[in-house]
Design a protein around this ligand. Sequence first.
Ligand SMILES: [Zn+2]
Length: 190
Amino acid sequence: MLPNSSMTICLPPPTVVVGVMKFLTDHFKKRVADLLNGKDVQAIHFTCDGTTISPQGFKTVAKAIQDEKIKVVFDAKALGGAYAKYTTTTNTLTFNSMSVLDNIEGRGAIVHEAAHAVVDSLKVSTKIRSEEGAAFVAEAWYYISQGIASENAKGPKGKPFAQPPAQAMFDVADDLIARAKKGEKKVRVW
Ligand SMILES: [Zn+2]
């Protein structure tokens, strides 16, 4: 007969599991904040139909994530295939998983949702369509900064993005980037 000790199943106590999850979530939040505070996202600056997407806005969102004023949850089921979603009513960013940061489309989705959070943090009421347009322009601007050619709007490995931004958003972002490079302050979409 085997000694009793070999029958013992070693499971970490629940407090350890919670601690590990908190550690991983905190690390994830730090990486999201680093993305929003990084030079590529900090270069995104434009006004769209009265809504300004600014470096300061992304910084505010990054800080709100770290200060837990914006909640971070993981719920792939609730997203139905999307990478991320910002819910204004509960100030919550929902992600499909922590690996959302590991591919360019996931990071683009974070920039898009953070743009919604920027608008929300400004507490201005916007037309839904212009807010959506601004979020897509910010996302396209990020893709262009990552070297994705705007002419074909193709994702990694030559595949088109599964979701918009549509070609029009790349064109708008391309135009804004060119004008910002020429030194135009406060580039305006419409
Ligand atoms: Zn959106």
